[in-house]
Design a protein around this ligand. Structure first.
Ligand SMILES: *[C@@H]1O[C@H](CO)[C@@H](O)[C@H](O)[C@H]1NC(C)=O
Ligand SMILES: *[C@@H]1O[C@H](CO)[C@@H](O)[C@H](O)[C@H]1NC(C)=O
Ligand SMILES: *[C@@H]1O[C@H](CO)[C@@H](O)[C@H](O)[C@H]1NC(C)=O
Ligand SMILES: *[C@@H]1O[C@H](CO)[C@@H](O)[C@H](O)[C@H]1NC(C)=O
Ligand SMILES: *[C@@H]1O[C@H](CO)[C@@H](O)[C@H](O)[C@H]1NC(C)=O
Ligand SMILES: *[C@@H]1O[C@H](CO)[C@@H](O)[C@H](O)[C@H]1NC(C)=O
Ligand SMILES: *[C@@H]1O[C@H](CO)[C@@H](O)[C@H](O)[C@H]1NC(C)=O
Length: 406
């Protein structure tokens, strides 16, 4: 029975569709689903509330994930790991997962199912050195609109779970689709926010970003509330959040989680769209109020206001950056300048017109550019070390030339 299930893991694959420049990019995600292991004595099961599990980003009291790139991380011993997903898991949500510092692997998971993510044939398991024990497994939800519910974690009956130590620093990115990774290859884990936060390699992070959302508390592109309301709550503004919570979302308990040391805010691109009826004045005043609110919950955090590039237009025989709320964001910065905890990050000059895809969002390359500049800015300004040591951050960005002359 055991042999059968590991063969099944190797043999069954599922093709997903990722469009690249309008063409299908061939990706094959292995089907990791297995039958329930609830009554199988070769497994040991931990509840979703087990203290050994570290949830990253925002998860609610039912262990349902929200916002962009939420994660789960833990150490384990033994040669297998499976996770059961509860009935609030979205259909076919794409998760990324990896053992130790191996490249990210992908699989679609669904409600009421168990997926075996690690087996004795997982690459890297046998290569682990003594110093790298216990083995670690990290999982991230890639689709910003979807989520998973953790119903249980299973290891070999002779294995155990271990709590991993958190990194000492925490970074939070508050944003909209630009920060959530909409239209990027692997969405949440292809965004500049991911490139920045995961790119440091030695910080904890939350990406509280959702496509279409405004800074101002108003309905924007179907998101019923803006970040000045939603950020204080556990779930995002998705349809699944409305289904589960209606208009009474759980309140996020900031005191129960490590405070952010740096908060990056990239908001206003949706407010700047005439469709959403936000006036310049309302944006300005909401932004000033929001910075005060973020400071209230994270009194020691540095807050970085990101200027909005807002696309590029053809101008005569060339191109020029549009920009949005240029004066207002500078005014928010000037309002708080004397406090020393508010900073202005000028994105002008980082992106060019061909870094924006036809759907108005950065290409994967555009995201990497913004992430790299922000990393260096945070390094130079706040002294954070670039702590990544080699494992990949962005997946499927290995483009190269293998011809010497042409
Ligand atoms: C798996 O997820 C990807 C990305 O969301 C999606 O394009 C694909 O259709 C999914 N595959 C299946 C079999 O549902
Ligand atoms: C999951 O299982 C529960 C209980 O058996 C059932 O009520 C629910 O409809 C299932 N959900 C999905 C999405 O299949
Ligand atoms: C989901 O599962 C839980 C138990 O795991 C159960 O209490 C709840 O009623 C289920 N909800 C649905 C919608 O099936
Ligand atoms: C790891 O070791 C086990 C036992 O020797 C073996 O069955 C398995 O194929 C090895 N896996 C890899 C990836 O080398
Ligand atoms: C914006 O205002 C116009 C005119 O008052 C109104 O028709 C429209 O519904 C408003 N749009 C939104 C998203 O509130
Ligand atoms: C958008 O931002 C531009 C540049 O700062 C500003 O001139 C314009 O008034 C704003 N428009 C809207 C609709 O918010
Ligand atoms: C942002 O950078 C551009 C290009 O260097 C410059 O023209 C603009 O004045 C800067 N904006 C602010 C607010 O410093």
């Amino acid at each position: 029975m055991k042999l059968f299930s590991s063969i099944a893991i190797l043999a069954t694959t599922v093709s997903g569709t990722i469009l690249q420049n309008g063409q299908v990019r061939e990706v094959v995600f292995p089907d990791t689903s297995i039958a329930s292991v609830a009554h199988d004595l070769s497994w040991r099961t931990y509840a979703p509330s087990a203290k050994e599990l570290s949830y990253k980003g925002r998860w609610d009291s039912k262990h349902i994930s929200w916002w962009s790139a939420p994660g789960l991380k833990f150490g384990f011993t033994g040669d297998k790991v499976a996770i059961s997903f509860g009935n609030y898991t979205s259909p076919s949500v794409l998760i990324a997962y990896r053992l130790g510092g191996q490249d990210w692997l992908f699989t679609n998971v669904t409600a009421n199912s168990t997926h075996q993510l690690i087996s004795s044939s997982t690459t890297g398991l046998n290569l682990t050195t003594q110093a790298q024990l216990p083995q670690t497994l990290e999982l991230r939800v890639t689709n910003w609109a979807y989520g998973v519910q953790i119903a249980g974690v299973h290891v070999s009956s002779t294995g155990e779970l271990f709590k991993l130590k958190d990194f000492h620093k925490t970074l939070e990115i508050i944003g909209d689709s630009l920060s959530a990774g909409q239209y990027a290859t692997y969405e949440g884990i292809s965004s500049y926010s991911w490139g920045l936060a995961a790119g440091f390699g030695n910080v904890e992070f939350h990406i509280t970003a959702y496509p279409g959302i405004c800074l101002v508390d108003t309905n924007c592109w179907g998101n019923p509330r803006g970040q000045t309301y939603q950020w204080y709550h556990t779930p995002d503004t998705s349809g699944r959040a409305l289904e589960i919570y209606g208009d009474e979302p759980e309140v996020w308990d900031f005191k129960e989680h490590p405070a952010a040391d740096i908060v990056v805010i990239n908001l206003g691109t949706n407010d700047n769209n005439t469709h959403n009826n936000v006036t310049n004045d309302r944006y300005l005043h909401s932004y000033i109020e929001f910075v005060a609110g973020v400071h209230r919950v994270y009194p020691h955090a540095d807050i970085v206001l990101v200027s909005l590039w807002n696309g590029f237009n053809a101008v005569g025989n060339s191109y020029a950056q549009g920009g949005a709320f240029i004066d207002e964001i500078e005014m928010v910065y000037n309002h708080y300048k004397h406090t020393g905890f508010v900073h202005y990050f000028n994105t002008t000059g980082i992106l060019q017109h061909n870094d924006i895809a036809p759907q108005y969002h950065p290409t994967d390359v555009g995201h990497v550019k913004v992430a790299s500049h922000l990393m260096q800015y945070i390094h130079l300004k706040f002294g954070w070390e670039l702590g990544a040591t080699g494992p990949e951050v962005q997946h499927d960005t290995l483009y190269w030339n293998n011809q010497q002359n042409y």
